[in-house]
Design a binder for this molecule. Structure first.
Ligand SMILES: CC(=O)N[C@H]1[C@@H](OP(=O)(O)OP(=O)(O)OC[C@H]2O[C@@H](n3ccc(=O)[nH]c3=O)[C@H](O)[C@@H]2O)O[C@H](CO)[C@@H](O)[C@@H]1O[C@H](C)C(=O)N[C@@H](C)C(=O)N[C@H](CCC(=O)O)C(=O)O
Ligand SMILES: Nc1ncnc2c1ncn2[C@@H]1O[C@H](COP(=O)(O)OP(=O)(O)OP(=O)(O)O)[C@@H](O)[C@H]1O
Ligand SMILES: N[C@H](CCC[C@H](N)C(=O)O)C(=O)O
Ligand SMILES: [Mg+2]
Length: 495
């Protein structure tokens, strides 16, 4: 595409150079530039990419987009007031507005996004349609998987991925929409068909500052939905809310879309009644505006009933009937690294879970408590360079819901692991010392938990779930809780 065509939708811009120059791709990282790319300079949290425009041109960039005027006579220079905002506009244009050709479903909320997107994908597959997924674990396009750096990628990668999904024949795309992404405008230029809200509890206060600002960022998914200006009304947009979460009302007031609610405790359009929890699954009566049906799931915990109700709401909007939904749900599988057992036939249970927020840890421990015949041992840490204020709260929840807690490192990133543990310990000052231990090395901590376990005990290894690395001092080392737990069980069984 020629530069002039690419920048045609941009209202405010100054362009110099030969605007008939062909653009073959868009790149935000000067180190990754390929011949023919448009390089867009963003002001990041660590560096300002305006420093790299010359490097980008030397690397083959055919044009640059900047906020500051730069003298680069050899290539077209597009100067805009806000490169981040302009990026979303040109990315959508470059890839031919792929979200107009897809049914795009966005899931936001503090916890349950990955799980809910996977449930939606499985239900839609049961309907017989092809669905791509973008989120924390990976990007899935039909049989292919691509690694994920962020839960929600930047606008350029998002639009490129949507185009790939269309090329591969996907009809739907289900994506996790993080609050960071909404705040940074990564999903600008996307035409959503459905927005789903899971829940809002404390996380990411390092980034947003207050819960009000965090909620406001999340609300952007819904305020952008059903907006006639963006042509979305033709798309019959629907916003799906958790009736049991008080933030839903706030979001509801901000959307022009049609609204559907799901819930357990409050009145809702899609509800679960007569819920029965078993150690191997859950059953309930699914009551909807299209009738009711009994349901059996292999997933455990009330929190997963919410995730299922959110996914069922999407399935209903997409025209699936209750019998189809019921049979789809009976085959549903859990998500890797979420409540995942490590079972080598030992006499105690080991569960690896991605709980890394106060609310998710509380939910998962409460669920384990309900079924554990022996003691509950909880191993948990908190990530570095992230919300510090959740650390003492998570430590307090760990000792409250378990018989014994081991505080250890998660991903310390650039922080001192001991300082993170000290923050956690401020939450358990009044707790007797024999109720917990501090073992900074995660491998040692897992081995200690396994050594300590008695028959019927349940060990929860929380925080890292599917992750296959541990980031220490900015370096990612291979680390997989499931592998380490397996090694620990093997060495214990050998004794
Ligand atoms: C705070 C934040 O979100 N940072 C994101 C941001 O990085 P940054 O602003 O620090 O970038 P930077 O290093 O200052 O660089 C600025 C620009 O210079 C460019 N650059 C840099 C160096 C160079 O030599 N040449 C060059 O061109 C970079 O490509 C970039 O465009 O832009 C990067 C590239 O798009 C993102 O990967 C990065 O996410 C980091 C990894 C991150 O950890 N983000 C977290 C907070 C996040 O977004 N999390 C949410 C999930 C939360 C949840 O669900 O729990 C997510 O959606 O992933
Ligand atoms: N609906 C829910 N409410 C509360 N906790 C939940 C819910 N669903 C899952 N969890 C807990 O949160 C953990 C993370 O779940 P999931 O990966 O689905 O969330 P996420 O929102 O995608 O997280 P992230 O923000 O890291 O992408 C799970 O391992 C489980 O412990
Ligand atoms: N998407 C989450 C992942 C947290 C995972 C946890 N293991 C950690 O490193 O804190 C975040 O960026 O806050
Ligand atoms: Mg996720």
């Amino acid at each position: 595409m020629q530069v002039r065509e690419l920048i045609q939708p941009l209202l405010l811009h100054k362009a110099t150079g030969d605007l008939t120059t062909e653009i073959k791709g868009i790149q935000l990282d000067s180190r990754q530039v390929q011949r023919g790319d448009l390089f867009i300079a963003l002001r990041g949290t660590k560096v300002d990419a305006h420093r790299f425009v010359e490097q980008a041109v030397a690397g083959g960039a055919a044009a640059v987009m900047v906020e500051e005027s730069v003298a680069l006579p050899e290539v077209p220079v597009i100067q805009v007031p806000d490169t981040r905002r302009a990026m979303a506009v040109v990315a959508a244009k470059f890839y031919g507005y792929p979200t107009k050709e897809l049914k795009l479903i966005g899931v936001t909320g503090t916890n349950g996004k990955t799980t809910t997107t996977y449930l939606i994908e499985q239900l839609l597959r049961h309907k017989g349609v092809s669905t791509g997924v973008i989120g924390t674990i990976q990007t899935k396009i039909r049989g292919k998987t691509l690694p994920a750096k962020n839960t929600t990628p930047e606008a350029v990668e998002l639009q490129k991925t949507f185009r790939m999904m269309r090329d591969e024949g996907c009809e739907y795309s289900v994506i996790e929409v993080s609050s960071h992404a909404l705040d940074m405008g990564r999903t600008r230029g996307c035409q959503f068909h459905i927005g789903v809200f899971t829940n809002l509890t404390q996380d990411h206060l390092d980034y947003h500052g207050t819960m009000e600002k965090y909620r406001e960022a999340k609300s952007l998914l819904f305020s952008q939905l059903g907006n006639a200006y963006s042509g979305q009304l033709e798309n019959n947009p629907v916003a799906i809310f958790n009736a049991d979460d008080e933030a839903s009302r706030y979001f509801m007031n901000r959307t022009a879309a049609q609204v559907l609610t799901y819930g357990i405790d409050q009145p809702a359009d899609v509800r679960a009644e007569n819920i029965r929890f078993f150690s191997s699954g859950t059953s309930f009566t699914l009551k909807t505006y299209r009738g009711e049906v009994p349901v059996r799931l292999k997933l455990v915990g009330k929190f997963n009933v919410y995730n299922v109700l959110a996914a069922v709401s999407v399935a209903l909007v997409e025209g699936m009937d209750l019998q189809q939904i019921r049979s789809g749900l009976s085959g549903i599988k859990g998500v890797t690294g979420r409540f995942e057992p490590v079972d080598l036939g030992q006499s105690f249970s080991v569960l690896v879970d991605y709980a890394h927020t106060p609310d998710s840890l509380e939910n998962v421990l409460a669920t384990i408590r309900e079924f554990a015949r022996g003691r509950v041992l909880c191993l948990v840490g908190c990530g570095g360079d992230r919300d510090r204020s959740k650390r003492p709260i998570m430590a307090d929840i760990a000792v409250k819901y378990s018989d014994y807690a081991i505080f250890t490192s998660d991903n310390p990133r650039t922080e001192d692991p001991i300082a993170i543990l000290d923050d956690m310990l401020t939450g358990v000052q009044s707790c007797p010392k024999e109720r917990y231990a501090v073992i900074s090395d995660r491998r040692q901590a897992i081995h200690e938990a396994v050594r300590k376990a008695e028959p019927e005990d349940v060990i929860l290894i929380a925080g890292k779930g599917h992750e296959t690395y541990q980031e220490i001092n900015g370096v990612r080392h291979h680390f997989d809780d499931r592998e380490v737990a397996r090694d620990a069980i093997v060495s214990r069984l050998a004794k």
